[in-house]
Ligand binder design. Sequence first.
Ligand code: 5AD
Ligand code: SF4
Length: 389
Amino acid sequence: MKEDKKKVFIRTMGCQMNVRDSEVIGWLLHKAGFKLTDNPDKADVIILNTCSVRQHAEDKVWSEVGRFKKQGLSSKRAAPIIGIVGCMAQNYKEHIFEKSQSVNFAVGPQDIDKIPDIVNTLVKDKGLFERKIWETDGLIRPEEVYHTGFYEDKDHAYVVISEGCENFCSYCVVPFVRGKLRHRGHKEIIKEIKNAIKKGITRITLLGQNVNAYQSAIAGRKAPAGFIELLKMVNAIKGLKEFSFVTSHPKDASVSLFKAMNELGKLKKYLHLPVQSGSTRILKLMNRNYKPETYLQLAEDYRKIVKNGVLTTDIIVGFPTETNEDFQETYDLVKKVRFNAAFIFKYSVRPHTEASKLVDDVPKEVKQRRHGLVLELQKKISREKSNEK
Ligand code: 5AD
Ligand code: SF4
């Protein structure tokens, strides 16, 4: 009975991994008899798929929750059931309910497959269900969630190849909210891509926090399919026109990866390789496991080997103890590498992390100034690079 279907609104915040997770959640709810809506005012259930990477992202979620709550109070309809899912649920655990009285349920990223059952129970109990968090510590999601065949775009799909991260960069909350690195088996990945192609998908993006550390999850294999092997397998899939991958860590990037990138016809010549800082001392404090010289060499190799390769990066300014000299080294590195584009962030303290034990001692105005300076420089370089073509 169509009219009885409860309406669910899903808002995605944060990274591409969340975009994919929202597709999975949407499909699971659709299968369970819910109707997805683009209009939060008409929704019986509001799901915020959240990100904890920076404080700013979390602040936005709290203001959204407040807004939806107000909307619920001012309308004649029953107040919507509000759920926080994804990284923030895992980050705050039960404290999420202390932070906001309006949140009915919270589900961590590893448990998204449980959402339909949870929402069903809440809908039946009219939201009176015990306010509860569903989270586990780093368990692998059931493989089925990835075979839903539901993608937002008609011709492009995100395909998860690995989940979690165990690099423990000292500023980063990801290993604490997404758990240890787990790789999906290459057979399952290939199967998902082939099925997606049958549905009209022609372009894909392989996703993971650290994709180039990919190894086959199938134990006991003589030759585990490493990342380059996986790229070759994907390149060989009939019907696929183009693919790319994101995100990579410099410690797992290499000349052989760049050679493969250059050779594989369907692979986009695009590399997002976060550098974070140009200072040896700060990189060490960040636990990045490489020196600026190593990064510069990689960038040079990439430009030499991958014809017309695009190179982008992430940079954090204002990491604890960052001096003007440290910042200058980052600025100089940006000048030397000439990235096609860069995402520049002001450091913010994240719970659980090693860096949270350091004093966040770079004043706000200094972070702002450094951010502005490197942004201006990058804008100029980006403009020049796009004119070079
Ligand atoms: N503060 C600021 N930026 C951060 N990032 C990750 N953690 C933090 C933090 N605590 C940035 C990094 C990463 C990108 C996804 O977000 O640059 O590469
Ligand atoms: Fe965070 Fe570092 Fe892992 Fe990226 S590689 S998700 S920055 S810990």
